[in-house]
Design a protein around this ligand. Structure first.
Ligand code: NAD
Length: 340
């Protein structure tokens, strides 16, 4: 395996590496967790001691955690046992959550298989499940001891899921990786064709950026909030459209466009950079114009758990590879979301 980075969380370490599908099939753990779509990446032998959950966000529940724990008990795992989660963000979040609870914490490794999980969900130690309508309401901070990236898996992702992950890569580029920003601008066709070496480069760049941020701020008391660029707006759009019509990535892309508009309206960025961001997002085919009531969006934003002390804080671009974290006046936000 090729090492990418080591992230230090206090005394704990998360090793990030690259591996091939064959190396993943040889990986030894005491229990494997996958979903119906990702179980095919496991070997027959690995599947014999696996929990295979139905795919999808609707399965991100305590019931699934109980299934993982029940299997761990059945296999007589102890605190030194290793649980390996292989799947998208849902499987990664749940496997690490279950591992953090089992006997007050056993070992966990993650093999993210969706682009979103590779560039974001598997790195940084946030685990959890949804509770009713509330996404990620219950969880722990429990970094995986190993995160093994296998960019080859991206080839089989449905296009919608690919674009979900790509929105996070665009976010990362805007936040702090100018070379990646230029790559995304100049190599659009190759990125959309999922050229393996380019996909690998995007993944590694995103992981290195996120690794640096979470190392500084595991529990999101400060700079980690920057990773929410586009998310406060985007989550409101996802929520108002019932978490089905608009995917997470589409919401994030729309949210980044709104953040750019807010930054431009405040004079934080000029029209050149604003237009550059919009061109980039439109170039990848993201819809930046939805006909949604601003009242509904404002209401949905009121429920965003990233709000501190009643004040909405927004991440805004302040120049290529730069950002600010700032509270915005409610009327200003209403104006931004009501514009096309
Ligand atoms: P997901 O896990 O539901 O995967 C999306 C779909 O793609 C699923 O149907 C899955 O089975 C399928 N899939 C995954 N890999 C595949 C592959 N290689 N080939 C074919 N199909 C494949 O969703 P996601 O978008 O990966 O992750 C979203 C989740 O991640 C959300 O629950 C979100 O809260 C979480 N998340 C967590 C963090 C974090 O820091 N912990 C960060 C971002 C997102």
């Amino acid at each position: 395996m090729e090492s990418v980075q080591t992230i230090q969380f206090g005394t704990a370490q998360s090793l990030i590496s690259l591996a091939s599908p064959a190396e993943i099939r040889d990986r030894i753990a005491d229990l494997y967790v996958a979903d119906g779509n990702t179980a095919e990446f496991l070997s027959d032998k690995q599947r014999e001691c696996a929990v295979i959950l139905p795919p999808g966000e609707s399965e991100k529940t305590f019931t699934s955690i109980e299934k993982i724990i029940a299997r761990a008990v059945e296999l007589k795992l102890d605190r030194s046992s290793l649980i390996l989660g292989l799947g998208g963000g849902v499987i990664c979040d749940m496997t690490a959550f279950a591992a953090s609870l089992y006997m007050r914490g056993c070992r966990v490794e993650l093999v993210p298989t969706s682009l979103l999980a590779m560039v974001d969900a598997s790195v940084g130690g946030k685990t959890g499940v949804d509770y009713g309508a509330f996404k990620n309401m219950i969880g722990t901070f429990y970094p995986a001891e190993q995160v093994i990236l296998c960019p080859e898996y991206v080839a089989t992702l449905p296009q919608k899921e690919f674009l979900c992950g790509l929105a996070e890569a665009i976010k990362t580029a805007l936040l702090g990786d100018l070379e990646m920003l230029e790559l995304l601008e100049s190599e659009k066709k190759t990125v959309l064709e999922r050229d393996p070496s380019l996909v690998k480069e995007l993944i590694v760049r995103c992981v290195r950026f996120k690794g640096r941020i979470v190392e500084e701020d595991l529990k999101e008391n400060g700079v980690r909030a920057c990773l929410n660029l586009g998310h406060t707006f985007g989550h409101a759009l996802e929520s108002v459209t019932g978490f089905s019509r608009v995917s997470h990535g589409e919401g994030v892309a729309w949210g980044i466009a709104k953040a750019a508009k807010a930054a431009y309206s405040r004079g934080d960025i000029g029209s050149d950079y604003h237009d550059r961001i919009i061109r980039l997002l439109e170039g990848y085919g993201y819809n930046l114009s939805y006909d949604i009531s601003s009242d509904d969006l404002m209401e949905a934003m009121g429920h965003d758990k990233k709000i501190r002390g009643g004040q909405k804080r927004f991440i805004l671009p302040s120049g290529p590879g730069k950002f600010t974290i700032t509270p915005l006046d409610e009327e200003f936000v209403r104006d931004i979301v009501s514009r096309p």
